[in-house]
Design a protein around this ligand. Structure first.
Ligand SMILES: *Cc1c(COP(=O)(O)O)cnc(C)c1O
Length: 351
């Protein structure tokens, strides 16, 4: 605490990211992809001329936005890019959710959303999940200051289909609905096709998970022109060049390799389902997941103790010490070998 900090900064509770260990651990705690990015990314990187770095990048990231627009079948004016989807989210909170009425979100969802609320002084209304641990779409009010949730949700893994999102958008028409699709490529259904007919819908995504580029820091938003223009206004009042030229070139290379993308996500999905079966045999309750992680709980073993036991044996998973999640572990889907080590270690711990 310092007297030099602005009053609001003294009140902040910053987001705590999962640990990035220095030792060699089996790392199943931050939902990174266990497979390398597309080979074309390496090729572009090796041939990249440092002379490009002398100049500022395109402030509009035109080439990357074009590539994403093609990928999603929308106009380039409907695409926004930023330095990780966390940054895109931060700009969206400022662009859309600083309203008189509170922002609505599930009680259990991406834990960064409440952090942005504090940062911008946004009042938050948290809605409980259903008994099945699903986001309760019917509970969102029509007269809130905005709606945000991850779909598939984090850290539960359940995702609603496009039809259900369309039903929500029939009711909520006067404020922005932000659907965070960080995990959609692992079995979810994207709401992006709905942006053409819903001017208040914005969908965010990231290259960090399904494209294996968490270190590159690239995220995007797709929405109506007016929403993208709103985001651009905030960006251009904050940082005109959030996406560097190298990141842009590498992301375009990643988008060009659909075969690699499909192969990696298929592998993750197959390993996830195999992991589920194995863990259920050990007595775990495994929530159904459309993401690259599973949320699990064991009726006889304390989650915090399992976390510590795994950590001691070189396996890092995520334990959230909140009321709703204290009995659960969130486990990222790694390679088959990594998951085999996890299961063997859990066999020992659950004995
Ligand atoms: C990982 C994650 C993000 C952030 O992704 P970056 O692009 O790496 O910043 C956003 N939302 C959810 C729900 C996530 O899990």
């Amino acid at each position: 605490m310092s007297k030099f900090w602005s009053p609001r900064v003294r009140e902040l509770t910053p987001y705590t990211p999962g640990e990035q260990p220095r030792e060699r651990l089996i790392k199943l705690n931050t939902n990174e992809n266990p497979y390398p990015p597309a080979p074309g990314v390496g090729a572009v990187l090796r041939n990249y001329s440092t002379d490009h770095l002398r100049l500022y990048p395109d402030p509009e990231s035109g080439a990357l936005r074009q590539a994403l627009a093609r990928e999603f079948g929308v106009e380039v004016e409907q695409v926004f890019v930023g330095n990780g989807s966390d940054e895109v989210l931060a700009l969206a909170f400022q662009a859309f959710f600083c309203q008189q009425r509170p922002l609505e979100m599930p009680e259990t969802t991406y834990s960064f959303y409440p952090v942005y609320c504090r940062l911008y002084g946004i009042e938050r209304r948290a809605l409980p999940l259903t008994a099945n641990h699903e986001v309760d779409l019917a509970a969102f009010a029509t007269d809130s200051g905005g709606t945000i949730f991850a779909n598939p949700n984090a850290p539960t893994g359940h995702g609603h289909g496009r039809k259900a999102i369309a039903e929500l958008l029939k009711r909520v028409t006067d404020s922005v609905v932000l659907v965070d699709e960080a995990y959609v490529d692992f079995g979810g259904e994207s709401a992006i096709p709905l942006v053409v007919s819903h001017p208040n819908l914005v969908v965010t995504g990231t290259f960090s998970k399904s494209r294996s580029l968490a270190g590159l820091r690239l995220g995007y938003a797709v929405g109506s022109r007016e929403l993208i223009e709103g985001l651009t206004r905030v960006k251009d009042s904050f940082n005109s060049y959030p996406v560097d030229s190298l990141a842009s070139a590498l992301a375009i290379a990643a988008l060009e390799d659909n075969e690699h993308f499909e192969a990696c996500r298929e592998k993750v999905i197959t390993t996830r389902e195999r992991t589920r079966t194995r863990m259920e045999k050990l007595g775990f309750h495994v929530l159904p997941s459309q993401a690259n992680f599973v949320l699990v709980t064991h009726p006889e073993h304390d989650a915090a103790q399992l976390f510590a036991g795994l950590r001691e044996r070189g396996i890092l998973v995520r334990h959230f010490n909140t009321e709703a999640l204290r009995d659960f572990l969130r486990i990222t889907i790694g390679t088959d070998d990594e998951m085999e080590s996890l299961i063997e270690t859990l066999e020992t711990l659950c004995g």
